[in-house]
Design a binder for this molecule. Sequence first.
Ligand SMILES: Nc1ncnc2c1ncn2[C@@H]1O[C@H](COP(=O)(O)OP(=O)(O)O)[C@@H](O)[C@H]1O
Ligand SMILES: [Mg+2]
Length: 356
Amino acid sequence: MTENPFIICENLVKIYRVANLEQVALQGLDLVVERGEMLGIIGPSGSGKSTLMNILGGLDRPSAGRVIVDGRDLRKIPDAALDSYRRTTVGFVWQQSSRNLVPYLTAEENVMLPMTFAGVPPRIKSQRTRELLDAVGLSHRRRHRLAQMSGGEQQRVAIAVALANMPKLLLGDEPTGEMDTATAQSIYQLLRELNQRYNLTTCIVSHDPTIARHVDRVVAIRDGKTATETIRQTVPIATAGNGAADEEVEQEDIYHELVVLDSAGRLQVPKDYLEQFGIRGRAQLEITPDGILIRPAQVVQETQAMRVARPEAETVTGRIGLRRRLQSLSSTLGRWTRRQEPPVADARSEEARHGQ
Ligand SMILES: Nc1ncnc2c1ncn2[C@@H]1O[C@H](COP(=O)(O)OP(=O)(O)O)[C@@H](O)[C@H]1O
Ligand SMILES: [Mg+2]
């Protein structure tokens, strides 16, 4: 059970219906997150990031597909079980920290509030509040009201509030969206520390690609699907051979951006790549020693060129014209599909008819 991934999304679809209009927010999204992993999620505005967060957080249900978190099927579990999942398994941090906070209470009182609602005994409550405020670096500010705190400090309190009921999953929807770069970096660092300290599976949506430095993996969402994944690899820095002492090998991070194949084997090719090679509508796949090459569909272009050069060839209707076209198509397709032989089968049936 514990070996299973913590989050599995398969072919996840979310359609919002507003006044007879359908808005497809997620269109077949696939995602797997391991227990204890820290994942960054980036993507243009409107690509479906918040929709995914809301589904993972049990605030909304998908329209179709599968979403399993910690063994629970969030599409199928009853409402009461979803409520309990939301309260006990998930912590949420928002762009506006105020969504987690009561402004006229102190930091400490804010962190205690969710535990009070959950009926946690007072002694455990105080102990855990102290521990959490220490973990977010705010022990010295615990008696301060939120109004006396900076934006970064308020977000730290909001993170402590999100962790009050010891969730296994922490979701952040652009938690650094309203911060300057330095504060944002310190919040990412804090989230990383908490992820490791509590083995907290963590998914953070960000508009900032530098989040890659702080997380295990970054997934980019485009048009409601996972499009690419960026994976970090730490490698020794190649020295220029200047005689530096080799006791301490310096390391650097290299990022690899990989295209994601969905469960049906589809992949999204970046628009600028397609435009660069004029690929539209159809493409030709070619097996090469190193992999699969995607080329503009020359079959179509050749056929059009033939139409211009030899108009009579295209005006021939019937079996011969069709056969020639099929042969030209199969000689191209034969590079990547098994060769079909429809014209031969056709001829044989003709012979059979003559023989009768
Ligand atoms: N409650 C809703 N009702 C209708 N459409 C919605 C709703 N929430 C999101 N959408 C639409 O779904 C798409 C994805 O939105 P969202 O998940 O908020 O994207 P992101 O967080 O990446 O900016 C957008 O086109 C948005 O307009
Ligand atoms: Mg959003």
